[in-house]
Design a protein around this ligand. Structure first.
Ligand SMILES: *Cc1c(COP(=O)(O)O)cnc(C)c1O
Length: 357
């Protein structure tokens, strides 16, 4: 039913990265990208894989001024048998449409967009690295492309998927990070765009991230934008606490990004029979539980790191240390299980993996 995907092959293929232990993140791109255009009245048209190349845009293009854009992030993992796994990719495409609705962007035809990703990955399969912990990062995104300075929804959009081989997130084991609790700025508010993966949320977070760095911390812990009382996220990850042996994470409330790793952590912990609570967690409750020694582990969750243990948390003039600043047993088990499933080393009991070949 869906339109066939055209393929315009690049005439100058790039050399693959020589040393997969030095890939880093987000600066190397493959030879091709997937593109589909939206034109009002016509819908999404012209699905194609074409050479990766810069875009030519009019300086008045809507996305450059008003940020009408959404994005996603997922990874392709090289299995030991040479095949490639994706992890719950359908959830990324559901989520990009939820984000798009909030930003006034037309929704994608999900199966056609996913076919575009599969076609692109088939063409670029050799770019999926195989060194331990490496992956091919997949960035689908939509931008408003109409040249127009008025504030309105664009009449034209581009949906694109670009691919970037990326290095192991943890080159030297899972080193816990230190977190600074942001009590001046917020990243999102109720009724705003917090649940959407959109450029503006990131723009709003950069200053705090820089202040945290200047103070010697790795990341920021965000409080809710209304009362600055409840815990929301950590950096650009969801956040979990092991409090008195229970796994606690802030309930989705519209200003928290519904992470696919978050959802998977919850499902996995429940599958193991752990008590999981999705609820409001105030900073006061966290501080009190920390003082009583009831907070066993703290970690962030997201596609890039999977699990990012938090060793140290600073609030006002106090600093709390968790699990002696080392990764805790639950964080480690979640990390090992999730990555084991992603790379096809462990049985996929919850049916999460989409093998591509
Ligand atoms: C993408 C993102 C996450 C994590 O989502 P995953 O689907 O687990 O990668 C968490 N918080 C924010 C703000 C994000 O943008």
């Amino acid at each position: 039913m869906s339109t066939p995907i055209a393929f315009i092959q690049s005439t100058k293929l790039k050399a693959k990265p020589a040393d997969e232990t030095k890939l880093g993140f987000g600066s190397i791109f493959t030879d091709h990208m997937f593109v589909m255009d939206y034109v009002v009245g016509k819908g999404w048209i012209n699905p194609r894989v074409e050479p990766f190349a810069p875009l030519l845009m009019d300086p008045s293009t809507i996305v450059l001024h008003y940020g009408q854009s959404v994005f996603e992030g997922l990874k392709a993992y090289r299995r030991a048998d040479g095949g490639i796994n994706l992890f719950r990719p359908e959830l990324n495409f559901e989520r990009i449409n939820n984000s798009s609705r909030r930003l006034g962007i037309p929704e994608l035809p999900v199966s056609q967009a996913m076919d575009g990703l599969y076609r692109l990955l088939e063409i670029e399969a050799d770019w999926v690295p195989s060194a331990p912990g490496t992956s091919l990062y997949i960035r689908p995104f939509i931008i408003a492309t109409e040249a127009h300075l008025g504030v309105k929804s664009s009449d034209t959009f581009k949906f694109m998927i670009i691919l970037s081989p990326s290095g192991a997130y943890y080159a030297h084991g899972l080193d816990p990070v230190s977190i600074y609790i942001e009590d001046e700025f917020v990243r999102a508010v109720r009724g705003g765009t917090g649940f959407a993966k959109t450029a503006g949320n990131y723009a709003a977070s950069i200053l705090s991230q820089e202040i945290a760095h200047d103070k010697g911390y790795d990341q920021v812990l965000w409080l809710d934008g209304i009362s600055m009382t409840y815990i929301e996220e950590v950096g650009s990850m969801n956040v979990f606490f092991v409090i008195d042996r229970k796994l606690v994470t802030p309930a989705l409330n519209g200003s928290i990004l519904p992470g696919i790793t978050r959802r998977s952590v919850i499902e996995l912990a429940k599958h193991w029979g752990m008590a999981v609570e999705e609820r409001r967690l105030s900073i006061k409750e966290l501080i009190e539980a920390s003082e009583q020694g009831l907070v066993n582990e703290v970690f962030g969750s997201g596609t890039a790191a999977v699990i990012s243990p938090v060793g140290k948390l600073a609030y006002e003039d106090r600093v709390f240390t968790y699990n002696d600043g080392e990764i805790g047993p639950i964080s480690q088990k979640l990390y090992d299980t999730m990555t084991g499933i992603q790379y096809g080393e462990l049985a996929d009991e919850l049916n999460w993996v989409k093998p591509l070949n």
